[in-house]
Ligand binder design. Structure first.
Ligand code: LMR
Length: 333
């Protein structure tokens, strides 16, 4: 959407925000960039179902999948302006609005499993990170999982040297940029909705993403090789416009909190299965060759990616890195 149109829509929504809250039903526009058949797509539909049920129809949730309303950067602006009420951007996408701390989740190989992740997101650090969003006009309601990433290109990516000189799409995260540069890649920030076409036309040579995102966008059909690297993680923060949230009637917000808590459990429970099934479909399609790394190749990736930690200190801060490392190894609840 063009920016003047965005501004006009936002002005209109702001003007309508007061009466809309007082009227019934209260409408929550939930915009996101992935397909319905993904952990986030299904989580957003579950939230809709539960929110409408628990509020007895006082709230209506409109889910807009696949960037049908806004693309990555625009959706965050739209949320801040009040043109939409709810989003679930990946951790990697908060840098452009001035919250770079979530990029700590982008560090390669920082999480070995979901247990470590849960200890971070469910503990004091996870809560503290969510608080950073409030001065930006949004409230962080929950962490939703996608999963671990694969690397793909039209050439096999087995050793760090294989990446040299490739142009690869990344999300808008400086830590991901550092990761790619450490492999000799020329990173290109690009909206998720543009990736398939960019791969198809050769604007970029490759990309990194989870199986569910690759499969539902058909990226595997335009990438000859996919490496099962699990080198990084993609997850989301569900955010809501703060003014809207704070202005909800007292009998409505607790019901929405309950719906969100249950939708979070649901979405996080299905994420692993959704990704495993997508990977299976990619394999069955025969369109991309899946590459398993040998232990020696994994070691070589680790060696190549380790310097990113030092480089990232300047972006997310050494204190946060240390806190993250400590939190992931310590049971907090
Ligand atoms: C991406 O841009 O690759 C992902 O963040 C998309 C998403 O929302 O999972």
């Amino acid at each position: 959407m063009k920016s003047h149109l965005l501004a006009a829509t936002a002005a209109l929504s702001l003007a309508l925000a007061g009466p809309a809250l007082a009227q019934s039903p209260i409408v929550i526009k939930f915009s996101h960039v992935v397909a319905p058949d993904t952990p986030k797509g299904k989580g957003s539909e579950k939230f809709k179902e539960l929110a409408e049920k628990y509020t007895n129809g006082k709230v209506k949730v409109e889910v807009y999948h696949n960037s049908s309303l806004y693309k990555d950067k625009e959706e965050l602006e739209a949320l801040q302006l009040g043109a939409v009420q709810m989003l679930a951007p990946s951790n990697s996408k908060f840098g452009p609005i001035g919250v770079k701390e979530f990029e700590v989740f982008d560090l390669p190989l920082i999480l070995s499993n979901k247990q470590e992740l849960r200890r971070v997101t469910d503990g004091p650090l996870g809560k503290r990170l969510l608080k950073l969003l409030e001065p930006k006009g949004m409230v962080g309601l929950a962490y939703w999982d996608n999963g671990f990433k694969l690397m793909s290109a039209n050439k096999p990516l087995r050793n760090p040297e294989d990446f040299k000189g490739l142009k690869m799409r990344i999300q808008s995260s400086k830590v991901l940029e550092l990761q790619m540069r450490s492999l000799g890649v020329i990173p290109q920030v690009m909206a998720f909705s543009e990736v398939y076409q960019a791969l198809q036309t050769g604007v970029v040579d490759g990309q990194e993403n989870t199986p569910s995102n690759m499969y539902t966008q058909k990226m595997h059909e335009v990438q000859k090789y996919t490496t099962l690297s699990n080198h990084g993680y993609i997850g989301y923060v569900v955010v809501v416009n703060k003014k809207f949230w704070d202005g909800l009637p007292a009998d409505v917000r607790p019901q929405l909190e309950k719906a969100m808590a249950e939708a979070t459990i649901y979405s996080n429970d299905i994420s692993e299965k959704e990704n495993a099934e997508a990977l299976d479909e990619m394999k069955k399609s025969g369109k991309t060759e899946l590459i398993t790394l040998t232990p020696a190749q994994k070691d070589a990736w680790k060696t190549a990616l380790t310097p990113v930690y030092k480089d990232a200190e300047g972006r997310v801060g050494k204190a946060l890195l240390d806190e993250f490392e400590k939190a992931k190894g310590t049971a907090t609840n």
